[in-house]
Design a protein around this ligand. Structure first.
Ligand code: ATP
Ligand code: LTN
Length: 328
């Protein structure tokens, strides 16, 4: 049996990159042979300021999204990170074996702390340690994530090995799983950057709740190039990204999409893509709205998930306390 685990920050409405990079792979991995965990990392979200009422809404929204995409709470333990306090407890222990230097090297920290001098939060710096705790607490074998999180999973591996060497075999060393297509959906207005929900410009990402008109507007203004043919060429980054999105929302191979647009230009292509994205998103949006109408039911699913997660987490934490010598 493999234990498969991933998590997402409830820091806003998700974009299609989150969907293809992290949630969909998790749906595909649900099977009787695996034990899966998926959770909203609310304590990661507060490493940057959050408005409390909005955070609450985003947690519920995240749960509604996972369920709508096909996460089945009977097959996947679905919960909220803050409800299982062992996450923060283990993070403290791991803080004490982590090195300042290895955290300073983290690309995400460098990006998010840029221009913020010493007022940047300690939480943002220690963020990858809490993520390592999330993973190691459950003897996780596989961590499906988008490409940007590979470095963080590698830190979790290093910390697992360091702890095991120092205190004896305790943690499973996890392996990141990064899908080939969709692991790095790029920003629409700058195909050099990854699509990100904390981006300054809303035009840079397609939110999963965008309506048809918004999707059309965003795709029409997506940055491409001055060539007129529709073909897959990695050097034509904007177009390559749009073709990847086209392929992901339709399930068609990129080559098939390319052949459908033979002899046509960007105008037709973008209209076709916008239509395909909306056709993919609208049934999903209806489902999400449906789940959000029954908040109590959502909270119940998350509560049950937290209880199941805690059974696993508390055992592991007991072992950790024994290993480090604080268990009398
Ligand atoms: P933020 O901008 O607030 O940091 P984000 O949009 O980068 O958020 P996260 O919550 O950090 O999203 O990521 C959730 C999951 O989605 C992670 O597994 C991450 O690797 C994946 N992911 C994020 N952005 C993309 C993207 N552009 N393409 C593919 N996967 C992505
Ligand atoms: N840092 C991740 C979210 C995250 C995560 C995890 C992913 C927190 N804990 C454990 C996988 C496993 C991000 O996507 N920003």
């Amino acid at each position: 049996m493999n234990r498969i685990l991933t998590a997402l920050q409830p820091s806003g409405i998700l974009h299609i990159g989150n969907l293809f990079g992290a949630i969909e792979p998790m749906v595909g991995l649900q099977s009787d042979e695996n034990e899966n965990l998926l959770f909203a990392v609310d304590y990661h979200a507060i490493t940057v300021p959050q408005k409390p009422a909005e955070l609450r809404r985003n947690i519920l929204f995240a749960a509604a999204t996972y369920l709508s995409v096909g996460i089945d709470p009977a097959k996947t333990i679905l919960f909220q990170q803050s409800r299982v306090s062992e996450h923060t407890e283990l993070a403290w222990v791991l803080n004490c074996i982590s090195h300042m230097g290895e955290l300073e090297r983290m690309t995400q920290f460098k990006d998010k702390s840029q221009g913020k001098d010493l007022s940047v939060s300690v939480g943002l710096f220690a963020y990858p340690i809490l993520m390592a705790a999330d993973i190691l607490l459950y003897d996780t074998n596989i961590v499906p994530v988008g490409a940007d999180q590979k470095q963080h999973v590698e830190l979790a591996r290093d910390l697992a090995e360091r702890f095991n060497n120092r205190f004896g075999e305790t943690f499973v060393v996890p392996v990141p799983q990064i899908r080939k297509e969709g692991a790095r959906i790029m920003s629409l207005d700058d195909p050099e950057k990854k699509m990100s929900k904390s981006a300054e410009s809303e035009k840079s990402y397609i939110s999963i709740m965008d309506d048809e008109a918004t999707v059309m507007k965003k795709i029409k203004s997506a940055m491409t190039d001055s060539k007129s043919t529709i073909e897959y060429d990695e050097k034509r980054k904007g177009l390559a990204n749009l073709l990847t999105i086209y392929s992901l929302v339709t399930g068609k191979h990129v080559n098939q999409v390319v052949s459908e647009y033979e002899g046509k230009g960007y105008g037709d292509f973008k209209v076709g893509l916008a239509g395909a994205v909306s056709a993919y998103l609208s049934p999903l949006q209806e489902k999400i709205k449906g789940y959000l109408e029954s908040e109590d039911a959502l909270i119940k699913i998350l509560d049950e998930g937290a209880q199941r997660a805690q059974v696993i987490a508390s055992k592991k934490m007991e072992l950790v306390r024994k290993k480090i010598g604080v268990q009398l």
